[in-house]
Structures are given as C-alpha cells and as structure tokens.
Design a protein around this ligand. Structure first.
Ligand code: ZN
Ligand code: ZN
Length: 257
C-alpha cells in the first residue's frame, strides 16, 4: 500500500512537471514563430490542427509518464542495477551514453512503425504533414509506449544517476517539441555534415516527405542506413545565412495521410 502511494505521488509530480514544460515550451515557440514568419519550413502548407493535436496529448503524456516513473521508481526501490554516484564525470558520461542509446532505440522503433503491420499505430502522428509544436504529443498509445518504454528499461542496463534520467527526460520533452516547431530558429553548422546533430528541418522533412530522417537527436543513423533526406544538409544551410526569405523552398513529397 505504501509502495502504491509512493508511486502515485511520484506520478502526480511528474505529470504536473511534464504538462508545465509542454505549456511553457509551446508558448515559447508560438511567440518565436509569430515573430519570425520567415523561418517557416514548409511555406506552402498550413496547419490549423492545434486543438485536434492537443486532444491526444493526455494519452501521450499519461503513457510517457508511466514509463518514466516506472524507471525512476524501480531504481529508487533497488530493483535495478545500482546507479553510479553523481559526480563531475559520471553525470555527463551517463547522460551522453543514454542520449546516444535512446537515439538508436528511437531510430529503430521509428523504422518499425513505418513497416506495414505497425504503421496503423503511427498513422495518427503523420496526419500532420506540416507539424506544429503541438504535434509532438499527437501520437497513439502504442506509439508512445514503444518509444517511451526506453525509460522503463534503461535503468536495468545503465547505472545512471536519477538526476541524469530526469535531465534526459526534460531534454527529450523540449527537443521533441523543438523538432515539430515548423520553424527553423536554431539553424547551425552543428546540425549538418560532418556534425552529427539533427535540427527542426530534419524532423520536419520526415513529416513532409514521409520517407526520410527517422532519427531524433542525431542524424548518424540516417546517414549510415541511407535514409537521410538527399537535400537535408543544403536545406538546413539556407536557414543559417540570415537571408531566409531568399532561400529556396525545401523539397516536398506528396501529401500523405
Ligand atoms: Zn514517422
Ligand atoms: Zn513527428
């Protein structure tokens, strides 16, 4: 009984924090997008689906919170491998290892979701061909569970201090929304070859063309597996120059629903 109360208390705190982070991040991008219309990525597509997308957010948030809280709670109870004590080296090392590991998890789960028997669980997320910051939580229960199961399992294989797990989740929530923002505000050479990071253009092209860019934080899985959008690097570069208005349109694929 005490265990259940402890679990539910942690769950309530995390749900509250996730909703708060979602609202603050969403507000930030709505303001940024309104101030910089020239940074819109898919200039010929309009997305007025904000409220439709938000209707699905409770399913997504409750699922991801369950996975995350399970991982955190299991570690707290000593059911997992013992985490390292937090120090100047263990924290950054475990965080980096987990972000790299999650990117591999995300890439392959995402590839699986694009296979025929699984696509029905991912179709909802792809209803937004031009994503908005709110599309991040527009996903089915099964899709959220497959992606977020990572947080329930990682504590059994990686001795990660709980503080780093919290930091990664926070990063994951914000970067997920950043990837769907629909506007490229932070274009930088670090987001293209030879650097490994992704960008908003990266995931936007996934929604726009459907066939490329399956990764999350990094582009290296897509580069290795040959699934990188052929014009990804050059499209991102056009947003760096400071004369975005004069840049060519990113290549679009057909509308797909
Ligand atoms: Zn997809
Ligand atoms: Zn997406």
């Amino acid at each position: 009984m005490t265990l259940l109360i402890a679990f539910l208390s942690l769950f309530a705190i995390v749900v509250g924090a996730i909703v708060l982070v979602m609202l603050l991040t969403g507000l930030f991008f709505e303001i940024m997008n309104a101030r910089h219309p020239e940074r819109r990525i898919q200039k010929d597509r309009v997305n007025n689906r904000k409220w439709q997308e938000l209707k699905q957010a409770p399913v997504s948030i409750l699922t991801l919170t369950s996975c995350f809280v399970f991982g955190l709670f299991a570690q707290q109870q000593g059911w997992t491998i013992a985490p390292l004590e937090l120090s100047w080296w263990s924290g950054p090392l475990m965080l980096l290892a987990s972000v790299v590991l999650y990117d591999a998890w995300f890439y392959w789960v995402h590839r699986l979701l694009h296979r025929k028997p699984f696509y029905r669980f991912h179709a909802l997320h792809h209803k937004s061909v031009a994503p908005t910051v709110w599309s991040n939580h527009h996903e089915s229960f099964v899709e959220a569970l497959l992606n977020q199961a990572y947080y329930a399992l990682v504590v059994f294989v990686l001795p990660m201090p709980w503080q780093m797990l919290v930091l990664q989740k926070l990063y994951d929530q914000i970067s997920g929304m950043l990837g769907h923002a629909g506007y490229e505000h932070f274009a930088s050479p670090a987001g293209r070859s030879p650097w490994p990071l992704a960008s908003t253009v990266f995931h936007d092209q996934h929604h726009g063309t459907f066939r490329f860019n399956f990764g999350h934080t990094f582009s290296f899985w897509d580069r290795w597996m040959g699934t990188l959008h052929p014009r990804y690097d050059e499209t991102l570069k056009t947003f760096e120059a400071g004369d975005v208005a004069a840049s060519p349109q990113p290549q679009m694929g057909p509308e797909r629903r």
